[in-house]
Ligand binder design. Structure first.
Ligand code: FMN
Length: 203
């Protein structure tokens, strides 16, 4: 099963091989490797260097915390996420100071998780992000401080065997990965004027 992105233009191998699996190997993730992933997140850009993110890491070796986080996931996500070696709650500090929102906080957190995902590719690991969870419950059970909002849960691990997945999910694991073409969202100086056409007309 090859999930490598079929790109129209060359990109780095670590970007090409990143994807979101549901089947993970039981093999635990080394703490040093986990720390490198969060180090990558740490060095991403953020508005005014505000770094408005926080992560709560749970693993199969910390079953109580893992179960607490798993319990916030939607049913379909629980089906596969229960076997991931690591589940992480991401949270964003959505206020710059009490009462003053930071409009870029979500953007910044997403960017830090993108960094983390690419560092994962470089370490032979894969990340699967989820929005399908109860954000209010997660904030409550993990006692997030005022100003912090639960944003996503993500699984981390080494690639596993799709045969281990329940019916339905097993087939989806094999799906061909698709994307919109660049012409639909990258424009040349004006809305809906594809940058790609520049190349076509020059060629
Ligand atoms: C914010 C966000 C929320 C997502 N929520 C879920 C989810 O609840 N369950 C799930 O199985 N995948 C979820 N995904 C994974 C996406 O479906 C996946 O990234 C997308 O289909 C592209 O596939 P790829 O990551 O393999 O390239 C989410 C991804 C992101 C970034």
């Amino acid at each position: 099963m090859d999930k490598t992105a079929q790109t129209d233009y060359p990109i780095h191998e670590f970007l090409k091989t990143r994807w979101s699996p549901r089947a993970f190997a039981a093999q635990p993730v080394e703490t040093e490797k986990l720390l490198s992933l969060f180090e990558a997140a740490r060095w991403s850009a953020s508005g005014a260097n505000s770094q408005p993110w926080a992560f709560i890491v749970t693993t199969q070796e910390t079953p109580e915390a893992f179960a607490k986080l798993l319990g916030t996931l939607g049913e379909r996500n629980q089906l596969w996420a229960k076997n991931a070696p690591v589940l992480v709650l991401s949270a964003t500090l959505s206020e710059r100071e009490p009462g003053k929102t930071n409009p870029w906080a979500g953007y910044d957190l997403g960017q830090s998780v993108a960094h983390l995902s690419i560092q994962a590719s470089a370490s032979g690991l894969l990340v699967h992000q989820m929005g399908g969870f109860d954000r209010a419950k997660a904030a409550q059970v993990f006692e997030l401080p005022a100003g912090y909002a639960a944003m996503t849960v993500f699984a981390i691990g080494y690639p596993g065997d799709p045969a281990s997945l329940p019916d339905g999910l097993r087939e989806r694991e094999m799906d061909v990965r698709t994307r919109k073409p660049l012409s639909e969202f990258v424009f040349d100086g004006a809305w809906n004027q594809p940058l790609e056409e520049k190349i076509a007309s020059a060629g």
